[in-house]
Design a protein around this ligand. Structure first.
Ligand SMILES: Cc1cc2nc3c(=O)[nH]c(=O)nc-3n(C[C@H](O)[C@H](O)[C@H](O)COP(=O)(O)O)c2cc1C
Length: 297
């Protein structure tokens, strides 16, 4: 069969599109409302939690993740997006088989300001980098995280890309965040590796179906060891490999303009698009470049 979305019908009883892109990892995203729109009685921020299966990592050094939030059935932008943009922060929590009912419960559309942790019967723990008092992201409020979830990423909002679509739900906010803190429960590790047999992540398939990841097989790219480091997402190996190649270029750039060096890539090319980039709330232009330069020393 063949069809052209929006032009020719697929003639199937259900739309096959999402069932073709599987399995999709679930971005179980927690956020807080900004002080200006807080709707809780005591004036504290409201705690929000929702699953987004249009989610993935984008790169690893430094790590970025994205989630894509369609508009609501009444053509409004979703609470998670509003909060992430307004506060400059969000947390990704791993959705597991054990937590599947809570994942589902947290997807219900409720009034802005309702505590979705409480509704889903979940215990909270709090971000330690975001609002933790120290470092570039230490100011502001801490973000609640799902205590029972074995893996959590603390993220700063980097940008939102808005893609136009058909009303009411078609338009989508693609939210990109830079990961500034990674929590992994000790029990989820086996021989120094995250073990999916222990964490049992769930993923979205098509229709109303899910998969649970419990089994794995291994394959390695033939040839160059550095390509394997990329496959693994090994930031230390990437920095070490880039050291010789970009060192001179990095020093030159940093001497000329320390805050906007535009340093990027293992090939030593200066990506001017990075200059004056906004790295999200609490992150100053040049922070990423400085971190990369530290790794080069
Ligand atoms: C497993 C799962 C995955 C979902 N993935 C998405 C998604 O990728 N994008 C989206 O817009 N909504 C998705 N939803 C629906 C949202 O979770 C739902 O609209 C939620 O109410 C949004 O909450 P918020 O307004 O607090 O952000 C998903 C729901 C479930 C159960």
């Amino acid at each position: 069969m063949f069809y052209q979305p929006g032009l020719t019908p697929h003639n199937l009883p259900h739309d096959p599109f999402k069932a073709c892109v599987v399995p999709r990892p679930i971005g179980w995203i927690s956020t807080i409302s900004p002080p200006s729109s807080s709707t809780t009685d005591n004036g504290n921020p409201a705690h929000n939690l929702a699953p987004y299966s249009q989610f993935n990592n984008l790169t690893f050094d430094p790590p970025y993740v994205m989630f894509a939030a369609n508009q609501t059935t009444t053509a409004s932008r979703k609470d998670t997006v509003l909060n992430a943009e307004a506060t400059g922060r969000f947390v990704w929590n791993l959705a597991t088989y054990d937590l599947r009912d809570a994942v589902n419960a947290s997807a219900e559309q409720v009034d802005y300001g309702v505590d979705e942790f409480e509704r889903a019967g979940l215990e909270k723990e709090y971000s330690t980098v975001l609002g933790g008092g120290e470092g570039p992201h230490g100011d502001g409020e801490r973000v609640p995280m799902v205590k029972e979830s074995p893996i959590k990423f603390e993220c700063v909002h980097y940008t939102t890309l808005r893609l136009p679509g058909n009303p009411p739900m078609g338009s989508v906010d693609v939210v990109v965040g830079r990961v500034v803190g990674v929590h992994i429960a000790e029990w989820a590790l086996m021989d120094g590796k995250v073990d999916v047999r222990k964490t049992r992540p769930i993923a979205r398939l098509g229709y109303y179906e899910y998969a649970v990841v419990e089994d794995t097989f291994e394959m390695r790219i033939p040839g160059d060891g550095l390509a394997l480091a990329g496959l693994e997402g090994n930031a230390m190996a990437n920095s070490a490999a880039g050291k010789g190649k970009v060192e001179e270029k990095a020093k030159e750039q940093l001497e000329q303009d320390p805050l906007n060096s535009g340093l990027s890539g293992v090939d030593g090319q200066v990506d001017k698009r990075q200059v004056s980039t906004d790295f999200g709330a609490g992150t100053k232009p040049g922070d990423v470049e400085r971190l990369m330069f530290e790794a080069l020393k």
